[in-house]
Design a protein around this ligand. Structure first.
Ligand code: S3P
Length: 171
């Protein structure tokens, strides 16, 4: 493999879990942009949002993508807002293939209800609000994606196999 695989999609869609699964299946390293930003900034994402603001976090994401362009091919789980900036999409397209993961709002709610690490979901943990933000973002997710894979009612192995097959990475 000579390019990155970027996993994009809404919060709670399973990007980090699928990145780990693909890493095992394809024997390629995986990274998580949220975790990388937390490490560089020595702060949790929720604290970055609270203390430095969302705009600062979005700059961190773009800066990180520029850095990732110089790295060996990896599976990269992106924060859910990564594909909202056209500059980010252009950077990802230059050095990788973009895989959109999707799930129903009900699935997202179920997967995120007990955690408090996503500032944009706090106070919005209901199907109506999740659907509204998802619908607002979907055109940009879809425009960015090279392939699209649903994660509803499926285990990680099945999802990873579908991605690998669609990308022609299984011999
Ligand atoms: C965000 C998604 C989060 C994280 C931040 C903002 C978003 O990542 O980057 O809270 O705008 O959708 P996950 O998609 O991994 O939850």
């Amino acid at each position: 493999m000579d390019r990155h695989i970027f996993l994009i999609g809404f919060m709670g869609v399973g990007k980090s879990t699928v990145a780990r699964g693909l890493s095992r299946l394809l024997h390629i390293n995986n990274r998580d942009t949220d975790k990388m930003i937390e490490n560089y900034e020595h702060m949790k994402i929720s604290d970055i949002f609270e203390q430095k603001g969302e705009a600062y976090f979005r700059e961190c994401e773009t800066r990180l993508l520029r850095h990732l362009q110089t790295r060996e091919p990896m599976i990269i789980a992106c924060g859910g807002g990564m594909a909202m900036r056209s500059e980010n999409v252009a950077l990802m397209k230059e050095c990788g293939t973009i895989v959109l993961l999707t799930a129903r709002p009900q699935t997202i709610l179920h997967r995120t209800i007990r955690t408090h690490k996503r500032p944009l979901l706090e106070g919005h943990k209901n199907v109506r609000d999740i659907s509204a933000l998802m619908n607002e973002r979907m055109p940009k997710y879809e425009a960015a994606a090279d392939i699209k894979v649903s994660t509803d009612y499926r285990n990680t192995d099945e999802i990873c196999r579908e991605i690998a097959e669609k990308l022609g990475l299984l011999s």
